[in-house]
Design a protein around this ligand. Structure first.
Ligand code: DQA
Length: 147
């Protein structure tokens, strides 16, 4: 059983980038958090980060073939990318969108997500703990489906 954890542009700078907004934990910390959470429930985690829109489309398509479920933070592409939305629409495993910050309390251009309407759920504003919550919610969904 396998989850894909996908992160978009600038998330590689997590911990160094605007720590007042995104906190001090690094992307490695996020990957460890999700991997540990998933491992307790018997799931492996494959993690990718890219600053490039097309790479993210490729990873989403790959996840469509190889993952039972997907956690994605498309970062700035959330608000702009029809290609990422279409890739999510094209695949079958459930997808949960995560935002570290509360995008709704920030600039109005962050209030719209092109991808959220084609995802199965969204976790926003819990800092990096949102990734753990997304993993737990996603695994619950998957286990419920199997019954
Ligand atoms: C973000 C929110 C986006 O608006 C922003 O462009 C990011 C990170 C978040 O996790 O809070 O890069 O997705």
């Amino acid at each position: 059983k396998r989850l894909f954890l996908l992160n978009g542009p600038n998330i590689n700078l997590l911990g160094k980038r605007e720590p007042g907004t995104y906190g001090h934990a690094s992307l490695d910390d996020v990957v460890r958090l999700v991997s540990d959470t998933a491992a307790e429930k018997g799931y492996d985690v494959v993690a990718y980060q890219s600053n490039h829109e097309g790479d993210l489309v490729d990873y989403i398509q790959q996840a469509g073939e190889e993952a039972d479920g997907i956690i994605i933070n498309p970062a700035a592409y959330t608000h702009t990318s029809v290609a990422i939305r279409d890739a999510i629409s094209a695949i079958h495993p459930p997808v949960i969108e995560v935002h570290i910050s509360n995008v709704h309390s920030r600039e109005s251009f962050r209030h719209q997500s092109l991808s959220a309407p084609v995802c199965d759920g969204q976790v926003v504003g819990f800092g990096i703990d949102g990734y753990r919550l997304a993993a737990l919610g996603l695994i619950e969904k998957l286990e419920r489906r199997e019954k």
